[in-house]
Design a protein around this ligand. Structure first.
Ligand code: ATP
Ligand code: MN
Length: 259
Protein backbone atom coordinates (compact mmCIF):
# COMPACT_ATOMS: atom_id res chain seq x y z
CA UNK A 1 0.00 0.00 0.00
CA UNK A 2 1.38 3.42 -0.91
CA UNK A 3 1.76 6.15 1.65
CA UNK A 4 -1.03 8.06 -0.07
CA UNK A 5 -3.40 5.07 0.17
CA UNK A 6 -2.51 4.56 3.77
CA UNK A 7 -3.28 8.18 4.53
CA UNK A 8 -6.66 7.79 2.83
CA UNK A 9 -7.39 4.71 4.92
CA UNK A 10 -6.47 6.42 8.16
CA UNK A 11 -8.70 9.32 7.19
CA UNK A 12 -11.62 6.92 6.69
CA UNK A 13 -11.02 5.36 10.07
CA UNK A 14 -10.86 8.72 11.77
CA UNK A 15 -14.10 9.75 10.12
CA UNK A 16 -15.84 6.60 11.35
CA UNK A 17 -14.83 6.90 14.96
CA UNK A 18 -13.85 10.54 15.45
CA UNK A 19 -17.29 11.82 16.37
CA UNK A 20 -17.53 9.78 19.56
CA UNK A 21 -13.93 9.03 20.36
CA UNK A 22 -10.99 11.07 21.45
CA UNK A 23 -7.63 10.92 19.72
CA UNK A 24 -6.18 8.40 22.13
CA UNK A 25 -9.00 5.95 21.49
CA UNK A 26 -8.50 6.29 17.75
CA UNK A 27 -4.79 5.60 18.27
CA UNK A 28 -5.69 2.51 20.31
CA UNK A 29 -7.65 1.19 17.33
CA UNK A 30 -4.72 1.99 15.05
CA UNK A 31 -2.40 0.06 17.39
CA UNK A 32 -4.58 -3.07 17.01
CA UNK A 33 -4.27 -2.61 13.25
CA UNK A 34 -0.49 -2.27 13.52
CA UNK A 35 -0.46 -5.50 15.51
CA UNK A 36 -2.50 -7.10 12.74
CA UNK A 37 -5.38 -8.07 15.04
CA UNK A 38 -7.79 -6.17 12.82
CA UNK A 39 -7.48 -4.82 9.33
CA UNK A 40 -10.39 -2.39 9.28
CA UNK A 41 -13.64 -1.24 10.81
CA UNK A 42 -16.69 -1.59 8.63
CA UNK A 43 -19.72 -0.23 10.42
CA UNK A 44 -21.60 0.18 13.66
CA UNK A 45 -23.32 -2.77 15.34
CA UNK A 46 -24.50 -1.03 18.47
CA UNK A 47 -24.16 2.35 20.14
CA UNK A 48 -24.70 2.17 23.89
CA UNK A 49 -24.10 4.63 26.71
CA UNK A 50 -20.86 3.02 27.82
CA UNK A 51 -19.55 1.34 24.74
CA UNK A 52 -19.86 1.13 20.99
CA UNK A 53 -19.64 -2.09 19.04
CA UNK A 54 -18.29 -2.05 15.49
CA UNK A 55 -18.10 -4.68 12.82
CA UNK A 56 -14.50 -5.14 11.78
CA UNK A 57 -12.44 -7.46 9.59
CA UNK A 58 -9.26 -9.38 10.29
CA UNK A 59 -6.37 -9.67 7.86
CA UNK A 60 -7.83 -12.94 6.58
CA UNK A 61 -11.18 -11.21 6.11
CA UNK A 62 -13.06 -12.79 9.00
CA UNK A 63 -15.69 -10.55 10.58
CA UNK A 64 -15.04 -9.53 14.19
CA UNK A 65 -16.86 -7.45 16.77
CA UNK A 66 -14.85 -4.52 18.12
CA UNK A 67 -16.07 -3.21 21.46
CA UNK A 68 -14.81 0.26 22.30
CA UNK A 69 -15.42 1.63 25.78
CA UNK A 70 -16.21 5.31 26.02
CA UNK A 71 -13.74 7.00 28.33
CA UNK A 72 -15.95 9.90 29.36
CA UNK A 73 -19.02 8.61 31.19
CA UNK A 74 -19.14 9.67 34.86
CA UNK A 75 -22.03 7.36 35.72
CA UNK A 76 -20.16 4.47 34.17
CA UNK A 77 -17.25 5.24 36.47
CA UNK A 78 -19.36 4.95 39.64
CA UNK A 79 -20.79 1.65 38.49
CA UNK A 80 -17.37 0.21 37.72
CA UNK A 81 -15.79 0.97 41.08
CA UNK A 82 -18.46 -1.09 42.82
CA UNK A 83 -17.44 -4.21 40.90
CA UNK A 84 -13.69 -3.75 41.01
CA UNK A 85 -13.68 -3.20 44.78
CA UNK A 86 -13.62 -6.62 46.43
CA UNK A 87 -12.26 -8.41 43.38
CA UNK A 88 -8.91 -9.96 44.41
CA UNK A 89 -7.71 -9.61 40.83
CA UNK A 90 -7.80 -5.82 41.26
CA UNK A 91 -6.29 -5.68 44.73
CA UNK A 92 -3.92 -2.77 45.14
CA UNK A 93 -5.30 -1.14 42.02
CA UNK A 94 -6.01 2.54 42.49
CA UNK A 95 -6.68 4.23 39.16
CA UNK A 96 -5.31 7.75 38.84
CA UNK A 97 -7.99 8.86 36.41
CA UNK A 98 -11.12 7.82 34.57
CA UNK A 99 -9.17 6.68 31.56
CA UNK A 100 -7.19 4.17 33.59
CA UNK A 101 -10.36 2.95 35.22
CA UNK A 102 -12.02 2.35 31.86
CA UNK A 103 -8.92 0.51 30.61
CA UNK A 104 -9.10 -1.72 33.70
CA UNK A 105 -12.76 -2.34 32.97
CA UNK A 106 -12.03 -3.40 29.39
CA UNK A 107 -9.25 -5.67 30.71
CA UNK A 108 -11.75 -7.17 33.13
CA UNK A 109 -14.17 -7.98 30.32
CA UNK A 110 -11.33 -9.52 28.29
CA UNK A 111 -10.20 -11.68 31.21
CA UNK A 112 -13.73 -12.79 32.03
CA UNK A 113 -14.36 -13.60 28.38
CA UNK A 114 -11.12 -15.62 28.23
CA UNK A 115 -11.90 -17.49 31.42
CA UNK A 116 -15.39 -18.40 30.23
CA UNK A 117 -14.18 -19.31 26.76
CA UNK A 118 -11.52 -21.62 28.17
CA UNK A 119 -14.10 -23.24 30.45
CA UNK A 120 -16.20 -24.09 27.39
CA UNK A 121 -18.90 -21.45 27.88
CA UNK A 122 -20.46 -20.30 24.62
CA UNK A 123 -19.21 -16.70 24.51
CA UNK A 124 -17.64 -14.75 21.63
CA UNK A 125 -14.03 -15.93 21.31
CA UNK A 126 -11.72 -13.20 22.67
CA UNK A 127 -9.21 -12.15 19.99
CA UNK A 128 -7.38 -9.09 21.25
CA UNK A 129 -7.32 -6.16 23.63
CA UNK A 130 -5.53 -2.84 23.64
CA UNK A 131 -6.48 -0.32 26.32
CA UNK A 132 -10.21 0.39 25.80
CA UNK A 133 -10.59 -1.59 22.57
CA UNK A 134 -11.61 -5.25 22.71
CA UNK A 135 -11.77 -7.52 19.67
CA UNK A 136 -13.87 -10.69 19.70
CA UNK A 137 -15.58 -13.19 17.44
CA UNK A 138 -18.54 -11.71 15.54
CA UNK A 139 -21.79 -13.47 16.41
CA UNK A 140 -23.81 -13.26 13.22
CA UNK A 141 -23.52 -13.71 9.49
CA UNK A 142 -23.46 -11.56 6.35
CA UNK A 143 -22.61 -8.48 8.36
CA UNK A 144 -25.77 -8.91 10.46
CA UNK A 145 -25.54 -9.85 14.11
CA UNK A 146 -27.80 -12.59 15.40
CA UNK A 147 -30.75 -11.39 17.51
CA UNK A 148 -30.72 -10.98 21.25
CA UNK A 149 -33.12 -13.24 23.14
CA UNK A 150 -35.36 -10.22 23.71
CA UNK A 151 -35.59 -9.75 19.93
CA UNK A 152 -35.86 -13.44 19.03
CA UNK A 153 -38.40 -14.87 21.45
CA UNK A 154 -41.60 -13.74 19.73
CA UNK A 155 -40.70 -15.69 16.60
CA UNK A 156 -40.04 -18.93 18.50
CA UNK A 157 -42.40 -21.83 19.19
CA UNK A 158 -42.88 -22.99 22.79
CA UNK A 159 -40.76 -26.10 22.13
CA UNK A 160 -37.98 -23.94 20.75
CA UNK A 161 -38.17 -21.63 23.74
CA UNK A 162 -37.81 -24.61 26.01
CA UNK A 163 -34.66 -25.65 24.17
CA UNK A 164 -33.26 -22.14 24.51
CA UNK A 165 -34.17 -22.00 28.19
CA UNK A 166 -32.41 -25.29 28.93
CA UNK A 167 -29.34 -24.19 27.01
CA UNK A 168 -29.16 -21.01 29.07
CA UNK A 169 -29.24 -23.08 32.27
CA UNK A 170 -26.42 -25.22 30.89
CA UNK A 171 -24.34 -22.13 30.13
CA UNK A 172 -24.98 -20.75 33.62
CA UNK A 173 -23.77 -24.03 35.09
CA UNK A 174 -20.56 -23.84 33.07
CA UNK A 175 -20.03 -20.19 34.02
CA UNK A 176 -20.42 -20.92 37.73
CA UNK A 177 -18.98 -24.41 38.14
CA UNK A 178 -16.29 -24.47 35.46
CA UNK A 179 -15.23 -20.84 34.99
CA UNK A 180 -16.07 -20.11 38.65
CA UNK A 181 -17.60 -16.77 37.76
CA UNK A 182 -20.99 -15.11 38.18
CA UNK A 183 -22.15 -13.14 35.13
CA UNK A 184 -23.86 -10.44 37.17
CA UNK A 185 -25.94 -8.87 34.38
CA UNK A 186 -27.61 -11.84 32.79
CA UNK A 187 -30.91 -11.15 31.05
CA UNK A 188 -32.70 -11.43 27.71
CA UNK A 189 -30.59 -8.41 26.64
CA UNK A 190 -27.23 -10.13 27.08
CA UNK A 191 -27.97 -13.46 25.41
CA UNK A 192 -27.83 -13.90 21.64
CA UNK A 193 -29.66 -16.70 19.83
CA UNK A 194 -28.27 -18.35 16.67
CA UNK A 195 -30.43 -19.80 13.87
CA UNK A 196 -29.61 -23.28 15.25
CA UNK A 197 -31.02 -22.17 18.61
CA UNK A 198 -27.66 -22.06 20.32
CA UNK A 199 -27.26 -19.34 22.90
CA UNK A 200 -24.26 -17.03 23.14
CA UNK A 201 -23.62 -15.19 26.38
CA UNK A 202 -22.30 -11.64 25.93
CA UNK A 203 -21.39 -8.51 27.92
CA UNK A 204 -19.31 -10.10 30.67
CA UNK A 205 -17.42 -7.03 31.93
CA UNK A 206 -19.18 -7.04 35.30
CA UNK A 207 -18.74 -10.78 35.95
CA UNK A 208 -17.11 -11.54 39.29
CA UNK A 209 -15.30 -14.48 40.82
CA UNK A 210 -17.53 -16.86 42.80
CA UNK A 211 -15.63 -15.77 45.93
CA UNK A 212 -16.42 -12.08 45.41
CA UNK A 213 -18.45 -10.68 48.35
CA UNK A 214 -21.42 -9.87 46.04
CA UNK A 215 -21.27 -13.10 44.05
CA UNK A 216 -24.19 -14.84 45.72
CA UNK A 217 -26.54 -11.85 45.45
CA UNK A 218 -25.60 -11.35 41.81
CA UNK A 219 -26.13 -15.03 41.04
CA UNK A 220 -29.55 -15.00 42.68
CA UNK A 221 -30.51 -11.95 40.65
CA UNK A 222 -29.27 -13.54 37.39
CA UNK A 223 -31.31 -16.69 38.04
CA UNK A 224 -34.42 -14.76 39.05
CA UNK A 225 -34.27 -12.60 35.93
CA UNK A 226 -34.05 -15.66 33.69
CA UNK A 227 -36.90 -17.36 35.53
CA UNK A 228 -39.06 -14.22 35.38
CA UNK A 229 -38.45 -13.82 31.68
CA UNK A 230 -39.37 -17.39 30.76
CA UNK A 231 -42.10 -17.99 33.34
CA UNK A 232 -43.84 -14.61 33.64
CA UNK A 233 -43.11 -12.80 30.41
CA UNK A 234 -43.20 -15.74 28.01
CA UNK A 235 -45.41 -18.08 30.01
CA UNK A 236 -43.25 -21.16 29.55
CA UNK A 237 -44.67 -24.02 31.63
CA UNK A 238 -41.62 -26.07 32.46
CA UNK A 239 -39.36 -23.50 34.09
CA UNK A 240 -37.43 -24.51 37.16
CA UNK A 241 -37.62 -22.68 40.43
CA UNK A 242 -34.60 -20.37 40.63
CA UNK A 243 -33.97 -21.37 44.26
CA UNK A 244 -33.71 -24.99 43.23
CA UNK A 245 -31.33 -24.10 40.39
CA UNK A 246 -29.23 -22.14 42.86
CA UNK A 247 -29.01 -25.12 45.20
CA UNK A 248 -27.78 -27.30 42.35
CA UNK A 249 -25.11 -24.75 41.50
CA UNK A 250 -23.97 -24.48 45.11
CA UNK A 251 -23.60 -28.26 45.21
CA UNK A 252 -21.48 -28.43 42.09
CA UNK A 253 -19.30 -25.59 43.41
CA UNK A 254 -18.81 -27.42 46.69
CA UNK A 255 -17.93 -30.65 44.90
CA UNK A 256 -15.27 -28.97 42.76
CA UNK A 257 -13.75 -26.97 45.56
CA UNK A 258 -10.54 -28.95 45.81
CA UNK A 259 -9.93 -29.15 42.06
P1 ATP B 1 -25.38 -1.30 25.82
O1 ATP B 1 -25.10 -0.11 26.71
O2 ATP B 1 -25.86 -0.98 24.44
O3 ATP B 1 -26.21 -2.38 26.49
P2 ATP B 1 -23.20 -2.89 26.47
O4 ATP B 1 -22.14 -2.13 27.15
O5 ATP B 1 -24.22 -3.61 27.28
O6 ATP B 1 -23.94 -1.92 25.53
P3 ATP B 1 -22.80 -5.34 24.97
O7 ATP B 1 -24.05 -5.85 25.58
O8 ATP B 1 -21.56 -6.14 25.13
O9 ATP B 1 -22.47 -3.86 25.44
O10 ATP B 1 -23.02 -5.15 23.41
C1 ATP B 1 -24.02 -4.29 22.91
C2 ATP B 1 -24.74 -4.93 21.73
O11 ATP B 1 -23.83 -5.21 20.67
C3 ATP B 1 -25.36 -6.28 22.08
O12 ATP B 1 -26.66 -6.12 22.56
C4 ATP B 1 -25.36 -7.02 20.75
O13 ATP B 1 -26.48 -6.64 20.00
C5 ATP B 1 -24.12 -6.47 20.06
N1 ATP B 1 -22.97 -7.35 20.24
C6 ATP B 1 -22.17 -7.46 21.34
N2 ATP B 1 -21.19 -8.36 21.18
C7 ATP B 1 -21.34 -8.86 19.92
C8 ATP B 1 -20.63 -9.85 19.14
N3 ATP B 1 -19.57 -10.48 19.63
N4 ATP B 1 -21.10 -10.12 17.90
C9 ATP B 1 -22.17 -9.48 17.40
N5 ATP B 1 -22.88 -8.54 18.08
C10 ATP B 1 -22.48 -8.22 19.32
MN1 MN C 1 -25.45 -5.40 27.09
Amino acid sequence: MSREERREKDKDLFETVEEVFDTRTVLNVVELMRRKVIKRLAGTISAGKESRIYLGYTYDDKPVAVKIYLTSSAEFKKGILKYIAGDPRFEGFSPRNTRELIYAWARKEFRNLTRMYEAGVRVPKPLGLYNNVLVMEFIGEDRHRYPLLVEAYEELEPEELEIVYNKILEEIEKIVCKARLVHGDLSEYNIMVTPDLDVVIIDVSQAVDVNHPNALDLLKRDLERIEEFFRDKIGLNNTRDSKEVLEGLMKCLEKRKGE
